[in-house]
Structure formats: structure tokens, C-alpha cells
Design a protein around this ligand. Structure first.
Ligand SMILES: Cc1cc2nc3c(=O)[nH]c(=O)nc-3n(C[C@H](O)[C@H](O)[C@H](O)COP(=O)(O)O)c2cc1C
Length: 174
């Protein structure tokens, strides 16, 4: 898919078919993350690829709202911010995450971001700690988000140009 068509067509997809995502596409999506810019070229963002259905269900339970759709995804990219490697590790992770969303779109897949940083599993455990424990990720690393990916089982219209909030753009001065 051509770049601007990719950008125009991308929407958050939370319903997926049971069709698995081909390993080749998974690799292309990961390459998009690895090629993303990172502050001072620290390459701080790390990804855990999850396709195991039980683990996908576990990830879907990482917070009470806004993560359930992960259970139905073919693959979840758990995006890890290594704050020891980089000051702006959160930005590095966010850019890698969105690069993967664009790659998924370009490959004919749907995706949605489930935010984990500063989210809670319950009153005592953060979503980040819960995921670190489930996946054996060292606790000093932080989970930025989970990108759920799969073949779309829902259709969403692209936004019309009039819906984009052009008033957010300021030329020259605010
Ligand atoms: C930083 C960030 C956090 C988000 N967190 C969640 C989330 O936790 N759960 C969810 O269902 N969607 C989440 N989303 C997706 C947004 O809800 C979605 O992008 C927004 O509703 C606009 O819809 P669109 O992506 O189809 O344009 C998140 C998106 C971003 C960029």
C-alpha cells in the first residue's frame, strides 16, 4: 500500500478474524520497529512478540478497560521502554509502536494500541509489573503499550478531511 493511502486508511481495529498473521508479515512489522528513530541512536525500545493464545488472554487482562481486544488478536507486540538505556525511552517506544501500526496497515492488517504505562492491573499491581511478570521481563523495564494485530473483522471508514481538526495547525505563530 502506498504511504499516504496507508496513513489515510489506518483506523484502530479491535475485532480480528481467527486467521493467523504470516511469519513474513510479523518480521516486516518488527523491521519497522527496529528501523524507527531513537534518541541518540540508543535503540532503547524492545519488543516481545506474543502469539500464544493463553498469553494473549493474560495480556488482555492487564487492565480492566481498553485491553480486552488483545485476546482476539493473532499477535501482540509488547512494547518495552528501557529507561536505563535512554532518557526519552518512552518516546522511543511510542515511535516504534506506531511504526508497527503503520506497517501492519500497509500489509493489509488491522491493529490497535492498548496503553499500559501508568495503567493498573488492580489496586496493588501496575499493568506494567503484571506484564513483566507474565513474560519474564525484568521489572526495571517499563511496558509502554501492547499493539494488537490481526486480520480485521470490522470495517472502519477513513476520516474525511473535514474531520481531522485542521484548527490544530498553526502556521508561523499560534
Ligand atoms: C497513546 C495511545 C493510547 C491508546 N490507548 C488505548 C487503549 O488503552 N485502549 C484502546 O482500546 N485504544 C487505545 N488507543 C487507540 C485510540 O483509542 C484511537 O487511536 C482513537 O480512538 C482514534 O481512533 P483511530 O485510531 O481509529 O483514528 C490508544 C491510542 C494512543 C495513541
Amino acid at each position: 500500500m502506498e504511504f499516504f493511502e496507508t496513513v489515510q486508511k489506518r483506523r484502530s481495529i479491535r475485532q480480528f478474524t481467527s486467521q493467523p498473521v504470516e511469519q513474513e508479515k510479523i518480521e516486516q512489522i518488527l523491521e519497522a520497529a527496529l528501523r524507527a528513530p531513537t534518541a541518540r541512536a540508543t535503540r532503547s525500545a524492545e519488543i516481545v512478540v506474543v502469539t500464544n493464545r493463553e498469553m494473549l488472554q493474560k495480556l488482555a487482562n492487564a487492565k480492566p478497560m481498553g485491553a480486552a481486544f488483545i485476546a482476539e488478536a493473532a499477535v501482540a507486540m509488547v512494547v518495552v521502554a528501557n529507561t536505563e538505556k535512554s532518557g526519552p525511552a518512552i518516546e522511543d517506544a511510542a515511535i516504534a509502536a506506531f511504526s508497527m501500526q503503520l506497517a501492519a496497515q500497509a500489509l493489509g492488517l488491522g491493529s490497535c494500541w492498548s496503553h499500559m504505562r501508568d495503567a493498573s492491573y488492580d489496586a496493588l499491581i501496575s499493568s506494567s509489573d503484571y506484564i513483566c511478570q507474565a513474560l519474564g521481563i525484568p521489572r526495571h523495564l517499563m511496558i509502554e503499550c501492547v499493539i494488537a494485530i490481526g486480520y480485521a473483522a470490522e470495517g472502519k471508514k477513513s476520516y474525511a478531511a473535514t474531520e481531522l481538526g485542521r484548527d490544530r495547525i498553526h502556521y508561523g505563530q499560534y
